[in-house]
Design a protein around this ligand. Structure first.
Ligand SMILES: O=C1O[C@H](COP(=O)(O)O)[C@@H](O)[C@H](O)[C@H]1O
Length: 240
């Protein structure tokens, strides 16, 4: 695994660096293969990155967009990660509808929805269990509590090792999330985190002997892939 931590001066520089890195990954991959697979993070941090991507002159027909986690709400709910990405980016570009792969949230049972998305990933990538699909790029955020995707501290989702998708839980509400082994299979994982409120968790995540069950972002270390931590100075100035 190649791990790289970069601290940018401010949020604007963080987004500029994230954009440059995502574009580099897309163009390098498309030089070698016919399509590029990306899984998106939600929350507030990546929104300006998605807005910036919406004005890039890319061949969108070759890019397939998935989500690494989703709140269990309808796609038009203000909390929906899909909604945020569509408004900021996907609704503004000429991408074929078939290239957008949202997590389903319409089944009364989130476990069935998790299974559906799991099946969809395995079918689309042509990968059967016990192997895992390999994403070209997975974007991740990190919550103030050290969670990533919807892998929250001290939850059962952290230990799921035989599925691509599972049900996470935040304050009693279900969410769908990539599992740790699926994320760790990726060619490239980029964490993007900003703001002073992330510092205490980052301290635990970067320490040599932290507790991964309390700080789930520690579980992400793709053995054969690249791992980037892009931070603004407010979040990360003391870590490099
Ligand atoms: O709930 C979530 O939070 C994390 C971090 O969000 P942020 O607002 O601090 O940027 C995000 O990565 C995850 O996808 C999202 O569902």
């Amino acid at each position: 695994m190649q791990k790289l931590v970069e601290v940018l001066a401010d949020k604007q520089a963080l987004i500029a660096k994230s954009l440059a890195l995502v574009l580099e990954k897309i163009t390098t991959s498309l030089d070698q293969q016919d399509y590029f697979t990306i899984a998106l993070s939600g929350g507030s941090t990546p929104k300006p990155l998605y807005e910036a991507l919406s004005s890039q002159p890319l061949d969108w027909s070759k890019i397939h967009v998935f989500w690494g986690d989703e709140r269990y709400v309808s796609p038009d709910h203000p909390d929906s990660n899909q909604r945020m990405a569509r408004l900021a980016w996907l609704d503004r570009i000429p991408i074929p509808a078939a290239n957008i792969h949202p997590m389903p949230t319409d089944d009364p049972d989130p476990h069935l929805a998790a299974q559906k998305y799991d099946d969809h990933l395995r079918q689309w990538f042509g990968v059967n269990s016990p192997d895992f699909p390999v994403f070209d790029l997975i974007l991740l955020g990190m919550g103030d509590d050290g969670h990533t995707a919807s892998l929250f501290p001290h939850t059962a989702a952290l230990t799921v090792s035989d599925r691509c998708i599972t049900v996470g839980e935040k304050d009693g509400n279900p969410r769908l999330t990539f599992t740790v082994p699926l994320i760790n299979q990726a060619r490239c994982v980029i964490f993007i985190a900003a703001g002073e409120s992330k510092r205490p968790a980052l301290h635990e995540i970067f320490s040599a002997y932290g507790d991964s069950f309390s700080y789930p972002s520690r579980l992400i270390h793709p053995p054969a892939g690249e791992l980037y931590w892009l931070l603004d100075a407010a979040a990360g100035s003391s870590f490099v």
